[in-house]
Structures are given as C-alpha cells and as structure tokens.
Design a protein around this ligand. Structure first.
Ligand code: SF4
Ligand code: SF4
Length: 198
C-alpha cells in the first residue's frame, strides 16, 4: 500500500513537471504574438528603408543567381572536390575519417588496394557524396589527414532532381581539378627540412 502511494505521488510529480503551461485566453488567440511579429517586420522594413534612402549598406537585395554578393567571405564552404595525385589518382587513402565524422551520414566510401606505392595501403574504390543531405559543415575537410578533400567557394549545388545532387568520385575529381604532389612526398620533404634545421 505504502509502495503504491509512493509510486502515485512520483507519477503526479512527473506529470506536473511534463505538463505544459496552460495558455490564458489572450495567449490562446495569439493576438499579442501576431502584433509583436508585425512590429518586428515593420521595424526591419523601416530600418532598411532608411538605410536605402541614406545610401548605406545593409538594405541591398541581391537578385541571385544573376547577381552575387560581392562581400562573400573567402572562407565560404561550397561544393567539395577531391585532390588528385600527380598521376591523376585520388590523393584519398580511404581512411574513412571523413565519413565517420560526417554528421549528415551523406558520404559513401569503399576502400580497395589501388596503389603500387608501399606507403599507400589503400584508396577509394567508391567515393560518393549526397549533397542533398550535406549540411556543408566542413567536418570532412577538417578530419582528412592527407588533405584529400576540400571545399570550393562554389555554392551553386543545385539540381532538378535529388539524383543530380548525388556526386560520385569521378565527378569530385574532375569538376574542379586540382593536382598536388603525393602526400607522402610532402611529408618526406617536411621531415627532411626539419632534420636539416635541427
Ligand atoms: S560538409 Fe559536413 S555534412 Fe557535408 S559531407 Fe562534409 S562532413 Fe558531411
Ligand atoms: S578524403 Fe581524407 S578523410 Fe576521407 S577517406 Fe579519404 S583520406 Fe580519409
């Protein structure tokens, strides 16, 4: 009996905690909320109008895609591309770091033994990104240990269907081609320079 009583009192406490506050009549008709929203819209409208009349920045409408903002940050995160080795193969070593860290789970990578270089154990057999799911966070670029994936300043990731936004390895390698030295050579040179300095 005592146990039941304790359980009931716990449930009541829980229910009270989870219950939403009941709306009063003036809150339930949302009139005040609507007026507040209109006030914000009007304030921003008149602020922008004032800036436009006085020829200040901030009230400019950009007619995208015919026009583009001139003050866009150079660090903008746009469409991805894969860096190529001097022989045209992807620099990626299929370590899966990017796919693991990707919060949107939109990277599909399959590894295979693709290089004769003994320093490179594997490479990507498949490297696809579903840009319709990507949130352009840049985590994949940050996570890559060999600087094999980068993001360009191209923000026009558009398509007529979802399929158009699904890009494969060939597309990622060739739409914005970048050939760089083998990463192993870069590391060897860095190491050599450090040894020479010491
Ligand atoms: S930018 Fe972010 S969401 Fe897009 S593929 Fe890279 S890690 Fe995933
Ligand atoms: S792009 Fe970089 S992080 Fe992603 S699998 Fe290739 S080497 Fe690893």
């Amino acid at each position: 009996m005592t146990i039941m009583h304790r359980n009931n009192s716990m449930e009541t406490k829980k229910r009270k905690y989870n219950n939403r506050k009941e709306l009063r009549f003036k809150e339930a008709i949302y009139l005040i909320a609507i007026i507040k929203g209109l006030c914000i819209t009007a304030r921003i409208f008149f602020r922008n109008l004032f800036k436009w009349i006085t020829k200040r920045r901030g009230a400019v409408t950009t007619y995208y895609p015919e026009e583009e903002r001139a003050d866009r940050s150079p660090y903008i995160r746009g469409k991805h591309y894969l860096v190529q080795n001097p022989d045209g193969a992807p620099r990626c070593v299929a370590c899966m770091m990017c796919g693991t860290v990707c919060p949107a789970h939109c990277m599909y990578i399959e590894a295979a033994e693709v290089s004769a270089d003994p320093d490179i154990q594997k490479g990507p057999k498949r490297f696809d990104i579903d840009l319709s799911l990507c949130i352009m966070c840049g985590f994949c670029v940050e996570a890559c240990p060999v600087d094999a994936i980068r993001m360009s300043d191209n923000v026009k990731t558009v398509g007529y269907t979802r399929k158009d936004l699904y890009v494969d390895m060939n597309h990622l390698l060739t739409w914005n081609p970048h050939r760089e030295p083998f990463f192993t050579d870069v590391l060897r040179n860095d190491f050599q320079e450090r040894v020479e300095k010491e």
